[in-house]
Design a protein around this ligand. Structure first.
Ligand code: ADP
Length: 175
């Protein structure tokens, strides 16, 4: 059953004791604002040092590092698309962020993983549309044979929480 594997919570992703948290990074992987800044701040300088050796990351792709001072063991850094008008491949690139992150999770035997709402902050992706892509892509991956036991959507506002909760109900629970 996929339903029991997906959770939506409101909170700060840096506080979670899970195998891996996902970072909504930028292509440099050298830190930024929003959730990226919060993750680097909580993880400490070891994270930035490891990121320096990764040579950046393309939009829609993901790279993995250790978690350093975070409660999470791993950080999966993915780069979401900057929203333009929806006609520049934004949907597919956002789906790819979730897909590639889960692929890396599987390769590293990660069993529980937490995602922020990628691209919905500074990158301006419409939040309800982003939630549908996030939940839909996770559903697709969990339907395949996978070692992943739990995916948590970590929402930073009540509104984001409601979008994700509603979307999970629409495309998972009520199916
Ligand atoms: P992007 O550049 O991909 O839009 P942002 O970090 O600006 O990335 O925002 C992505 C989402 O992460 C937004 O919904 C924002 O509210 C949320 N966010 C910011 N800080 C945290 C945090 N500490 N934990 C979880 N989510 C966060």
């Amino acid at each position: 059953m996929i339903t029991g594997k997906i959770n939506v919570i409101e909170g700060d992703i840096t506080q979670l004791s899970v195998d891996a948290i996902v970072n909504a990074a930028n292509t440099s992987l050298l830190g930024g604002g929003g959730v990226d800044g919060a993750i680097h701040c909580a993880a400490g300088p070891g994270l930035l040092a490891e990121c320096r050796g990764l040579n950046g990351c393309e939009t829609g792709d993901a790279k993995i590092t250790q978690g350093y001072n975070l409660p999470a063991d791993w950080v999966i850094h993915t780069v979401g698309p900057v929203w333009r008008d929806g006609n520049h491949g934004e949907d597919a690139l956002l789906a790819s962020c979730y897909y590639r992150s889960l692929e890396l999770a599987k390769q590293n035997n990660i069993r529980n993983i937490a995602f922020p709402a990628i691209s919905t902050g500074a990158y301006g992706f419409p939040p309800e549309r982003a939630a549908r892509i996030a939940v839909g892509t996770v559903k697709q991956v969990l339907a395949e044979k996978t070692t992943i036991e739990q995916v948590i959507f970590v929402c930073f506002s009540k509104q984001s929480y409601n979008h994700h909760q509603q979307t999970v109900q629409e495309i998972i629970t009520n199916k």
